[in-house]
Design a binder for this molecule. Structure first.
Ligand SMILES: *[C@@H]1O[C@H](CO)[C@@H](O)[C@H](O)[C@H]1NC(C)=O
Ligand SMILES: *[C@@H]1O[C@H](CO)[C@@H](O)[C@H](O)[C@H]1NC(C)=O
Ligand SMILES: *[C@@H]1O[C@H](CO)[C@@H](O)[C@H](O)[C@H]1NC(C)=O
Ligand SMILES: CC(=O)N[C@H]1CO[C@H](CO)[C@@H](O)[C@@H]1O
Length: 422
């Protein structure tokens, strides 16, 4: 109950927030006293006011149904109320929109009313980003399904994979054991959760991370596998089986009915953003990346911040991206694993296209046939001066090479392309 209250408060807060302000969510900061710290956007609802779609809705044409409830521990069906689903009557409409409307609204979604006990019904919800899911809850109107399962997509609906199962009998329906023991090697195994019998109306919730070995989000927190396991761009709900009843003669058949589906989580930003905002072009959420990261999900380092490899911030560190040192002679840099190992994992950036005839991993020396002027800093644009000692026409030129003549003749030499004739 406390959980439900919290959920409703969260949703109320989000509801008001969306109406009154730009959709922007702030949680903590990514820097504390100037030092980078892991940060996450606040939790929000990814289902609220999103358009869900379904394979089955009652009401067109209008059709009667019998109300299911639990009385004295048994499921009962009541056909006496003359209940009817009618899409054209606002009081009896059970459109799929009501699945994702404000949860305190009493309107509900209902499938066609005359299904057989194992007719499947599918609901799809797009989450508008790669969401890190805290929980998904289903608020059944009338009795719960006897079995249903979740699939998720991480590529905006191109592909789906099984995510979680629910059943009164996991073993009989899905051949799965509830309460499976997990260890770190198999902690992202898809599980089956028991639906209590009788399947009273109300909420059943799936927490993707809970009871998995690395779920404790402290030191270092979610494993990479678990971090990936809790994410989705789309959620698909598949109702597999109705709770079987002795249907009365006047009972038109089985149906599923839910008040709401809630998908609660935060934008996945790999610990490098405390906010995500709606992109006005795509309508999708995008992380506001910190720690010199970039991308929709802060999934890579900004250009020129490749001196260390990109890494997710977790409980063991913030892993901010580090700027390359190219001694002021390049603004391009690539990360090299080998170099990183050679430097004992302190610096792996390799500068590209060093300018001013500089060379080296950090543009820290001069290119062949150029030498470093003793009167200039390495960061100076003119630190490397050219001379070709073996080039006959210029062999008398400037032993010290600090005169303007030398600079001039060197330029001629370079421009003439005779460099390669050496
Ligand atoms: C997970 O692996 C452990 C052994 O490491 C095994 O005992 C357990 O049954 C496995 N769980 C599942 C659900 O496969
Ligand atoms: C998670 O870790 C913290 C710190 O190590 C500990 O205090 C807490 O009890 C742990 N929680 C669970 C559920 O194991
Ligand atoms: C870096 O290079 C620019 C021109 O490329 C130059 O103006 C500036 O003085 C240099 N900075 C240092 C610290 O040498
Ligand atoms: C370009 C950029 O955003 N640089 C930031 C990299 O991160 C440091 C803090 O670690 C900021 O001070 C820089 O502004």
């Amino acid at each position: 109950m406390a959980q439900l209250t919290l959920l409703l408060l969260t949703l109320l807060a989000l509801h008001c927030g969306r109406v009154l302000t730009q959709p922007e969510y702030v949680n903590g900061e990514c820097y504390a006293d100037g030092a980078p710290t892991r940060c996450e956007p606040v939790r929000m609802s990814f289902s609220l006011f999103q358009q869900a779609t379904t394979s089955s809705t009652c009401g067109a044409p209008p059709a009667p149904f019998c109300v299911r409830s639990v009385s004295l521990g048994r499921v009962v069906s009541d056909c006496r109320g003359g209940d009817i689903c009618d899409a054209s009557d606002p009081n009896n409409d059970h459109n799929v929109l009501y699945l994702t409307d404000f949860p305190l609204n009493s309107m509900w979604w209902q499938s066609e009313n005359s299904l057989t006990s194992d007719d499947r019904v599918v609901i799809d919800i797009l989450l508008l980003t790669l969401a890190e899911i805290s929980f998904i809850s289903f608020d059944f109107h009338g009795i719960k399904a006897a079995a249903f399962h979740l699939e998720r997509s991480k590529d905006y609906g191109l592909t789906f994979e099984p995510y979680h199962y629910f059943a009164i009998s996991c073993e009989n329906t899905f051949g799965m054991l509830p309460d499976a023991e997990l260890t770190t090697v198999n902690e992202t195994t898809v599980l089956c959760q028991t639906i209590q019998e009788p399947p009273t109306p109300g909420i059943i919730t799936f927490f993707p991370a809970i009871d998995r070995p690395s779920a404790n989000d402290s030191q270092p927190g979610y494993s990479e596998a678990l971090y990936q396991f809790v994410t989705a761009t789309n959620v698909r709900v598949i109702f597999d089986k109705h709770y079987e009843l002795q249907l009365a003669e006047e009972d038109p058949g089985y149906y599923y009915a839910l008040d709401d589906i809630n998908v609660i989580g935060s934008c996945q930003c790999y610990g490098h953003a405390s906010r995500c905002i709606e992109d006005s072009m795509t309508g999708l959420y995008q992380c506001v990346c910190q720690h010199n990261t970039t991308g929709t999900y802060c999934e890579r380092c900004q250009d020129f911040y490749n001196d260390v490899p990109w890494q997710r911030a977790d409980g063991s560190g913030s892993f901010e991206c580090k700027m390359c040192n190219c001694n002021n002679h390049s603004s391009e840099c690539v990360f090299d694993e080998g170099v990183y190992a050679e430097t004992e994992f302190t610096s792996g950036g390799v500068c590209q296209n060093c300018d001013g005839n500089t060379a080296g991993r950090q543009c820290e020396t001069c290119a062949p046939f150029y030498y470093s002027r003793p009167d200039r800093q390495q960061t100076d644009p003119d630190v490397c001066q050219g001379i070709h000692f073996s080039f006959r026409e210029h062999k008398n030129c400037c032993k010290t090479c600090l005169t303007s003549i030398c600079t001039h003749s060197t330029k001629i030499f370079l421009a003439s392309g005779m460099h390669s004739a050496y």
